[in-house]
Write a protein that binds this ligand. Structure first.
Ligand code: UDX
Length: 434
């Protein structure tokens, strides 16, 4: 049965969630307080790059299941279930800024005249749901009945539509019967296992899951240091340990470390949450430490090979924080570029999707040149650096690159090439952990 759903916040999570809900037949209203964004969406444009999303938005808008508005109160009135998907940005001390959540809770309370289910999709510290419930109760004038549910989102950027349409699991945090029934109806078309738990556990599942994945990446990065020091190959080690299905091969790719708007933030938040609850989560501090060290070690590798960076010309492939996205927030590739520029290097940079967004983070002027063609990256350069794991970089014209470079040096921060083949092609090839 179709549910009437409103999603507040049309960022990555809100927009993709709303669109996928519409795709399976629900009636969806997406609310955003940014009027320009709402106008853009109403006109069929989308503010982010996400494979498959644009077509899906257009289809569902034209078939009348998806609409956009800037009015929270319209959204609340027209729906039975209201999802909160607003940003929860990090603060300087690592804790999470919950002011957008609090504001939306007040707005919902203000507009609510009959029973509603309020679902938090944003990543929030454990016990936030309790606060949301208190806030709605306090600001709702009519003493209207409602339930608050935690329903964390696990989508990956670049695979958001795929992840949402085929979730590994759906987590629903609530102890009341009525919202459980409603949430089962919302997710029934997705045919995924639904875990019903209490609200605090649901909130904690998100931070614990993301921190574990970050830990897995830091673990393999630490192993890569031992591999380099011993002459072993981290890819072989990852395959060997990953075939044990208690471990699994995914998220065991060594490289420049993890970035993006989730792992760094969620890790800091989880450390802070634990600290506030009286536990020093030093294991996770080490995860952060290893991650930061990956970048230092990679830059050292570049310096050991080409010595002084001042006035060197370097071609950098990749600016996004990972493949399949135009997102550059907390991108290791951007940090690398910033540090190389600071050392006085001149950069030629290329990314399939993220060049526009990168311009806000890299210095304007002659020190950074944006290149349209991946195969032109090495022209006039002293070395090429791979900073993001875009699969198309594996198709780089290596013959041309070798001829374009003053010396055939390639630093691969994402282990995209086979070291033996690179050596045969005449490259000085440095990757991570092998
Ligand atoms: C992550 C979680 O995967 C997702 O479930 C959650 O909802 C949000 O956070 P996302 O940040 O979109 O998703 O990207 P993800 O694919 O997880 O990659 C995160 C970072 O880890 C990237 O910088 C990537 O390059 C890096 N990474 C990933 C590695 O360095 N090695 C790996 O093996 C995997």
């Amino acid at each position: 049965m179709a549910s009437r759903i409103t999603i507040i916040g049309t960022g990555y999570v809100g927009l993709v969630t709303g669109t996928c809900f519409a795709e399976v037949g629900h009636q969806v209203t997406c609310v955003d307080n940014n009027i320009d964004k709402v106008k853009m969406l109403q006109a069929g444009g989308i503010p982010i790059y996400e494979p498959g999303l644009e077509e899906m938005v257009k289809k569902n808008v034209s078939e009348g299941r998806l609409k956009f508005t800037a009015s929270t109160s319209d959204g609340v009135k027209n729906s039975d279930i209201i999802f909160i998907a607003v940003p929860t940005p990090p603060q300087d001390d690592g804790s999470v800024d919950l002011s957008f959540i609090e504001k939306v809770a007040r707005e919902i309370a203000d507009a609510m005249t009959e029973y509603k289910i309020v679902v938090d999709k944003s990543t929030v510290p454990v016990k936030t749901g309790e606060k949301v419930a208190e806030t709605i109760k306090r600001y709702n004038k009519g003493n209207v009945d409602f339930d608050v549910v935690s329903n964390p989102e696990f989508l990956r950027e670049g695979f958001a539509v795929e992840d949402l349409m085929n979730p590994d699991r759906v987590v629903v945090g609530t102890t009341s019967e009525r919202p459980v029934r409603a949430m089962r109806e919302v997710y029934e078309p997705f045919k995924a296992p639904i875990i019903i738990t209490d609200i605090n556990s649901a909130e904690l599942i998100k931070h614990a899951a993301n921190s574990f994945l970050a830990l897995k990446i830091s673990y393999i990065n630490a192993v890569s240091i031992v591999c380099e020091a011993s002459g072993a190959n981290v890819e072989e080690v990852a395959t060997g340990i990953g075939l044990d299905d208690r471990i699994g091969r995914r998220f065991l790719n060594a490289g420049l470390g993890f970035g993006g708007s989730c792992f760094p933030k969620d890790l800091s938040a989880f450390i802070k949450i634990a600290e506030q609850l009286g536990y020093k989560f030093d294991l996770l501090k080490e995860v952060q430490h290893i991650n930061a060290g990956q970048m230092d070690r990679f830059i050292k590798k570049i310096e050991e090979t080409i010595w002084v960076l001042k006035e060197k010309k370097l071609g950098v492939l990749g600016l996004a924080f990972k493949q399949n996205t135009d997102d550059v927030r907390m991108s290791p590739a951007i940090e690398l570029c910033q540090r190389l520029v600071k050392e006085g290097a001149e950069l030629r940079v290329y990314d399939p999707k993220a060049m526009e967004k990168a311009k806000d983070f890299l210095p304007a002027g002659a020190q950074v040149t944006y290149v349209d063609d991946m195969n032109a990256i090495g022209e006039g350069c002293d070395a090429i650096i791979i900073a993001t794991e875009w699969p198309e970089f594996k198709e780089l014209d290596l013959e041309k690159a070798r001829k374009d470079l003053s010396h055939p040096i390639l630093f691969d921060g994402r282990n995209l090439f086979d070291p033996k083949r690179m050596e045969e092609l005449g490259f000085i090839y440095k990757s991570v952990g092998r």
